[in-house]
Structures are given as structure tokens and as C-alpha cells.
Design a protein. Structure first.
Length: 502
């Protein structure tokens, strides 16, 4: 029978990873608040836990994002065609309050609209979110006053989503709660949070990732199904999860997750499908019928070579590129020397969709921020990517200012806008390349170098492989040439004080 001392040691929670110990950017940034935390610091003895700090920082940054929209709130959305672009404070929210019938009390999907859009072109759960905000908006006063209120109510609801995202990311990797600061302090996150309603789907996806990391596949599936009912992209996560579970032989958890996702999505969509099919299907037909638009490499080709792509051609080639990317990610998963982490593949599949899609709205960066933090929690790489996204955020508004300012041509001309599109693409590809390198050389993975296997992997964490291909059956040849710590499956490097006690 084990002694009390050995039993207590075996169940002791692992020490949290401190970024200020091994991340040079984090070390430099910590000087603003007194420098890196010392090894004798009493962690966990204060109300200021890492998760609470991250949540409050996220709310603070969100509030700064609201301040950035002040020029539009005070007039830019209502007076002057290009003012909202020159101040980079555009938002869909106030414009769609009247444009999608909420000001007139129309029911989304059921009532036809009188403008250029027959029905609301958003998924059902997002439509519900928009309708709830409309119920909370005072119906008295001028239309400008109502639109201001509508944006403000939505901003409050989206702030809750932002806090949920930051908390979920902080808690997904149990030993790395401070990684949530990357989400909270992401400049592109604060700048784009209230452009549209994407944060709802992002929050549900982040909560789903947390549930999977805790070994709760049913809760993961339900939340992912709800996220897909709010925005289409979250269903992409089921693809890499399928391949990971194939490699590990974890078919039952995957089946549970898939079943939960399908049931949740159907439960939200079925009532609208049955009673208002034409309105329900508008989101899907609009996505198919939409031509080449802002932010995509397709737009660069069309503008540079004066080649008018047909919608059908772009749809076909974009689908083929996405399928090729998915096959490549699957091959990488099955042949990597060590099974990739779920968050790494989740980032890659969503990034592939963004890179190959025919449109890239600036708020789409929100889809990637939590996944990027979980996949590559390294401040340098994250900030390089964020700098590219901020440049694109400013570039698209300056380009729209240029195109709407008439002969004055105030803003960024077409060539400049093409440059910031290329910069956005390059930044995303850079982060993809670093993550692929981490998969092929797992000893360079920041998370695994700290001693973890796959803290966001749930049942996959530390599981043995049952199906591998190619190089996965052999140890990586480059491992012998790497000077850093060699990490085994699910092991944790021995600390100096532990080594002295041996």
C-alpha cells in the first residue's frame, strides 16, 4: 500500500507554465508591470487568478475597441459616405437594424424585406441573436437614436462573448492559463469585435474546444453544432478531429461528438426550415451566388489581370483548393512523427478555408485568434500575424474611402489595397508554416516542450496510435540535432528542485 507522502505527490496538480520564463517577448512586456514573476511568488493565493486577470483584460481591450468606434457612433455611420472609412470605424450592426427590417418589427426569415436582400442572409442562431438585441432596443426616438442603441446593445452582448472566449482559451490548456492574454490583448480582436456578429460563433467554438479538452465529447458536439448554427466555419473542426480519432482509434468519442453536433444544429434550424424554408435557405444561396469580393487573392487576380471570374468558376476552384488543403492536412496528420495536437489542425483547416475563400471580411480574423493561441502560443509569431491583420484592417477602410470619395481620391488606391491583401495572406501563411513545422518537428512545439502531449486533445491526450502512415512509424531524424529538451509522450521535464530531491 502506498504511503501518504507518495499518494499526495502523485495527485499534486502540475505547476502552471509561466510565459515570462521562456518567452522573450513576454519577458520584455512584463517589465511594464514590474518584471517576470519570481520562483518564490505565491501563486493561487490571491483573488487575482490568471483566468480572472485575462477576463478583465479582455473586457478592457474590448472597451478600447468601442472607443475606437466613437467617431462613427457620433455621426460617421449617419453623415457622409466616407467618414466611417476614413476613421476606420465601420460596423454592419447599425446599418442592418433598418436594412434587415428590425426597425420595422419584421420577423427574420419569415417576413420578406423590401430592399435588395429578400431575407436575412445570416444563419439562424445569429438571426436570433440579432432579434434579441432588437427587442432590447428602445423603439422611440429618431432612427439614428435607435440604431445607436441597437449597436450599443449588441456591443454589450458581444462583450460577454469576448470574455467567454478569453476564459475558455485560458482554461483549455490547464497548465498554460496565461496564454489567454494573447487573446485578450490581440489588437485585431479589439478592432474587429463589433463589425459584425462573428463573436457569437467564436465563443461557442471556444467553449466547445474547452469541453473536448476536458473529455466531454457530447458537450463538445452540442456546442459545435450551435456554433455552426451561428456561422458555417465551425463544422470544419470535425474534419481534423475525425482523422485524429482515426489515428488514435477513438471512434466512440468522435461518434458521440458528431451526433451531438448534428442534433444541436438540427434542433436550431429545423423549425425555421419547416415553416420558412425560403428565408432559411437565403444564407446558403447568398454564399453560393456571391461573387469575388474584398480580401481574397481572387480579387487580386481579377484586378491585376482584368479577368472577370464567373461565380461558378470561383466556386469550383475555391472548393477544389479547399479539398486539396483538407487532404494535405489529413496526410500530415497520419504521417507526422507524432500525432498533431487538435488545436494545431483546427487552426490549419480554418486558415485553409479563409485563404481559399472568395471573400475575406476583416472580422474573419476573429475565427482564428483563439485557435492560433492554442496552436502556437508564442508572442513573437502571434504579433507578426496580428501586425499583418491590423494592416489589412486599416487598408480595407482606406481603400473604401478612396473609392467613395469621388474625384478627391482620399485613401488607399487599388495597388495599395492589393498589397495589404497580400500582407494578410502572407501573415496567415507564415503562422500556418510555423505550425506545420511544429507538427513535423514536435520538439519545437512550445506546448510540448513544456512537457505536455495534447492538453486540448481530451481523450487524445497521451493516447497511443493505432493507425499511422509513412514517417509516423519511424522516429524523426532531425531530433538528434536539436539542442532543446526531448519530450516523450505526455511526459513533463524534471524541474531543478525535483532533480535535487532524487
Amino acid at each position: 500500500m502506498p504511503s501518504a507522502e507518495t499518494t499526495q505527490a502523485s495527485v499534486r496538480e502540475p505547476d502552471p507554465v509561466r510565459p515570462t520564463k521562456d518567452d522573450e517577448i513576454s519577458v520584455a512586456g512584463s517589465e511594464l508591470i514590474g518584471g517576470p514573476i519570481g520562483r518564490r511568488a505565491l501563486l493561487g493565493t490571491s483573488w487575482w487568478t490568471p483566468v480572472r486577470v485575462v477576463a478583465l483584460v479582455a473586457i478592457g481591450m474590448f472597451a478600447l475597441g468601442l472607443v475606437q468606434k466613437a467617431p462613427c457612433y457620433n455621426g460617421g455611420w449617419f453623415f457622409g459616405a466616407s467618414t466611417q472609412y476614413t476613421h476606420a470605424c465601420y460596423s454592419d450592426i447599425p446599418h442592418l437594424y433598418q436594412g434587415r427590417g428590425f426597425a420595422d418589427g419584421l420577423v427574420p426569415y419569415f417576413d420578406k424585406l423590401s430592399g435588395d436582400m429578400e431575407y436575412l442572409e445570416y444563419p439562424v442562431l445569429t438571426g436570433v441573436f440579432m432579434e434579441v438585441a432588437a427587442w432590447l432596443t428602445p423603439g422611440s426616438g429618431t432612427i439614428q437614436h435607435q440604431e445607436q442603441w441597437y449597436w450599443f446593445v449588441n456591443a454589450g452582448m458581444l462583450m460577454a462573448c469576448a470574455a467567454i472566449i478569453a476564459v475558455c482559451v485560458s482554461r483549455t490548456h490547464v497548465r498554460r492559463p496565461w496564454d489567454g492574454l494573447l487573446v485578450a490583448l490581440a489588437p485585431a480582436f479589439a478592432l474587429t469585435a463589433t463589425i459584425n456578429w462573428d463573436l457569437l460563433a467564436v465563443a461557442l467554438t471556444a467553449a466547445a474546444m474547452l469541453m473536448w479538452s476536458r473529455g466531454r465529447p457530447l458537450a463538445f458536439g452540442v456546442l459545435l453544432g450551435l456554433a455552426t448554427a451561428a456561422k458555417l466555419y465551425p463544422f470544419l473542426l470535425l474534419g481534423p478531429l475525425f482523422v485524429l480519432c482515426w489515428r488514435a482509434g477513438k471512434w466512440r468519442p468522435f461518434g458521440t461528438a458528431l451526433g451531438g453536433a448534428v442534433v444541436a444544429w438540427v434542433a436550431v434550424n429545423l423549425p425555421v426550415m419547416v415553416f420558412a424554408f425560403e428565408g432559411w435557405s437565403k444564407f446558403y444561396t447568398f454564399s453560393q451566388e456571391r461573387g469575388v469580393d474584398f480580401g481574397s487573392f481572387w480579387l487580386i487576380i481579377a484586378q491585376r489581370f482584368d479577368y472577370p471570374f464567373s461565380t461558378e468558376t470561383v466556386n469550383t476552384f475555391a472548393t477544389l483548393l479547399m479539398l486539396a488543403s483538407a487532404v494535405g492536412i489529413a496526410a500530415l496528420t497520419l504521417t507526422a512523427p507524432r500525432r498533431p495536437r487538435f488545436a494545431q489542425l483546427a487552426f490549419l483547416i480554418v486558415a485553409a478555408f479563409i485563404l481559399t475563400n472568395k471573400v475575406y471580411s476583416p472580422q474573419y480574423v476573429l475565427w482564428l485568434v483563439p485557435l492560433a493561441v492554442l496552436a502556437r502560443p508564442k508572442w513573437r509569431d502571434f504579433l507578426i500575424w496580428q501586425a499583418c491583420e491590423v494592416a489589412y484592417f486599416l487598408g480595407i477602410w482606406m481603400y473604401l474611402a478612396y473609392t467613395t470619395s469621388g474625384d478627391a481620391h482620399k485613401g488607399l488606391p487599388t495597388e495599395g489595397y492589393q498589397f495589404v491583401i497580400a500582407l494578410h495572406l502572407a501573415g496567415t501563411l507564415y503562422l500556418c508554416a510555423v505550425i506545420v513545422r511544429d507538427i513535423l518537428m514536435p520538439e519545437r512545439d512550445v506546448v510540448r516542450r513544456a512537457g505536455d502531449d495534447d492538453p486540448s486533445g481530451g481523450v487524445l491526450d497521451g493516447a497511443e496510435d493505432v493507425f499511422v502512415l509513412g514517417a509516423a512509424a519511424r522516429p524523426p531524424r532531425h531530433a538528434a540535432h536539436f539542442d532543446g529538451p526531448q519530450v516523450e509522450w505526455g511526459s513533463r521535464p524534471v524541474r531543478e528542485d525535483e532533480e535535487r530531491s532524487l
